[in-house]
Design a protein around this ligand. Structure first.
Ligand code: NAD
Length: 263
């Protein structure tokens, strides 16, 4: 019997990458899954649904922009309306903006915070409001290695992912005795559409400090999401789990060319 047999949940940002892998993994463990992503990613999100269905699982696509209150509330409502319950959630949608502290555009800064921080807060809010009235549940937020350490040229993303780590801690404490566990994951460099869109020199820079010297796969990240959402981790809440090939434990490969000497 699968870990999520008879249960239902949602994954945001599930049109590809880490979110798709976790939606597939929940379904493979018997869970019914709402695959959510932007309307503009409908085609890829429906592909995630098709992969799940072709393996005998249950899934539907519900479009949403996680930065809009009504939009993410509708994802929770549709999960309950379709599958009768909400037991697990992976708040995974996120975006990155590249640029130094002095160069980043204000609009890019704001959008990263809207999606990566406000989006996680709104998701948590509606999930908790349902779960605490219906027997509890488990939630995983996707932070990042950049939520635990600095990453040159990614200041809004680093600040936003640090915020996700803090939000996870405090939300977990608030609901710990209401049957709800909330944790975060901090993936290192993972081969996904987001990573593929980064310039190759940025990819090399990110990979440099990883002792397991290859990109992670979305499936390797999904395995930890499944564990954190299952009863196997029943005494774990408020943590941020690094899944980074040892990067954070061995971050000693900083390239000084990213911090040139003053003229
Ligand atoms: P991805 O770009 O494939 O996935 C992100 C998904 O989020 C996309 O499908 C995108 O359409 C969706 N999305 C963007 N804005 C949204 C919004 N406003 N509302 C709803 N959905 C939205 O990239 P990924 O690498 O799979 O990223 C998934 C998560 O993992 C992100 O939070 C990212 O920050 C995090 N992460 C990725 C890596 C990596 O190396 N790839 C490392 C650490 C953390």
């Amino acid at each position: 019997m699968g870990l999520f047999e008879g249960k239902a949940g949602l994954v945001t940002g599930a049109a590809g990458g880490i979110g798709r892998a976790s939606a597939i993994a929940f379904a493979a463990e018997g869970g019914s899954v709402v695959v959510s992503d932007l309307e503009s990613s409908r085609e890829q999100a429906e592909e995630t649904v098709a992969i799940i269905e072709s393996a005998g699982g249950r899934a539907i696509f519900v479009p949403a922009d996680v930065s809009h209150n009504e939009s993410i509330k509708n994802v929770v409502d549709q999960t309950v309306a379709t599958f009768g319950r909400l037991d697990f959630a992976h708040n995974n949608a996120g975006i990155v903006a590249i640029g130094g502290v002095t160069d980043i555009e204000e609009a890019a800064w704001d959008r990263v915070f809207e999606v990566d921080v406000k989006g996680v807060w709104l998701s948590l809010k509606h999930e908790i409001l349902y779960m605490r009235e219906h027997g509890g549940g488990t939630i995983v937020n996707t932070a990042s290695e950049s939520g635990l350490t600095g990453t040159p040229l990614a200041s809004p993303y680093v600040a936003a992912k640090h915020a996700v780590v803090g939000l996870t801690k405090t939300a977990a404490g608030e609901v710990a005795n209401q049957g709800i566990r909330i944790n975060a994951i901090a993936p290192g460099s993972v081969w996904t559409p987001m990573m593929a869109s980064a310039p190759s020199e940025v990819q090399e820079l990110l990979l440099a400090p990883q002792p397991i010297h290859r990109m992670g796969t979305p499936e390797e990240i999904a395995n930890s999401v499944i564990w954190l959402c299952s009863d196997l981790s029943s005494y774990v809440t408020g943590i941020t789990l690094s899944i980074d090939g040892g990067a954070l434990a061995n971050a000693q490969s900083y390239d000084p060319t990213w911090s040139p000497s003053a003229a």
